[in-house]
Write a protein that binds this ligand. Structure first.
Ligand code: PNS
Length: 187
């Protein structure tokens, strides 16, 4: 490695944006855009969680996000399991980016950020606020609204709308999805 390369490497900032992304929404896209204005590279890291029952498989979520960011070489998509801080260290990221929509997100995020700091003090968590117009938006609501026949245009990238249509057909099913009380925040 030349001195110039070493310098470039040191100056290259990478942030990890972790989550379930089931599916990715325009609120996530907003945060990723803000992340790109601060960091050179943003790695979208999808948690592989066998205990959850997602609508889209991990492979589908990776494909959806790849299509959404096609041509944007500062955004990468990856999957991880185990501790987030271990993953961040492995990929050379010193920052975890999380979106904060409302006060209701705060308590869970605060706990997670402090636990992550305890686990690895070299990794910093940075919170970013999405545009107000996305402050009520969550993946869970998008799925519920779509399944009940509501419009999600403008709330998700076009590829997600298409995948939802493929999954459910254009006629929404008559019964709503089961309401599961999530342990974390409403994603
Ligand atoms: O989209 P989500 O569900 O809000 O994302 C939650 C996520 C993936 C960020 C969180 O569950 C996570 O980091 N899981 C990895 C396991 C871990 O590191 N746990 C200790 C951190 S408190």
């Amino acid at each position: 490695m030349t001195a110039r390369n070493r310098e470039d490497h040191r100056n290259h900032s990478r942030a990890v944006f972790p989550g379930s992304f089931d599916p990715i929404t325009n609120g996530h896209l907003d945060i990723i855009g803000r992340g790109l204005s601060v960091f050179d590279q943003v790695t979208i890291a999808i948690l592989v969680n066998p205990e959850k029952h997602p609508l889209f498989t991990v492979e589908e979520r990776v494909a959806i996000i790849r299509e959404t960011f096609r041509g944007e070489d500062r955004v990468e998509v990856d999957t991880f399991s185990g501790l987030l801080v271990d993953y961040a260290e492995r990929v050379g990221a010193s920052v975890i980016v999380r979106g904060l929509r409302a006060i209701s997100d705060f308590e869970y995020e605060f706990q997670m950020a402090l636990m992550n700091r305890r686990l690895n003090p070299r990794i910093e968590t940075v919170f970013m606020m999405p545009a107000e117009s996305y402050s009520y938006l969550s993946s869970r609501l998008v799925k519920e609204v779509f399944q009940l026949g509501g419009k999600v245009r403008g709330l998700v990238p076009p590829v997600v709308e298409r995948r939802l249509r493929e999954r459910y057909g254009s006629t929404p099913p008559s019964s709503p999805p089961p309401r599961r009380r999530a342990r974390g925040r409403r994603t």
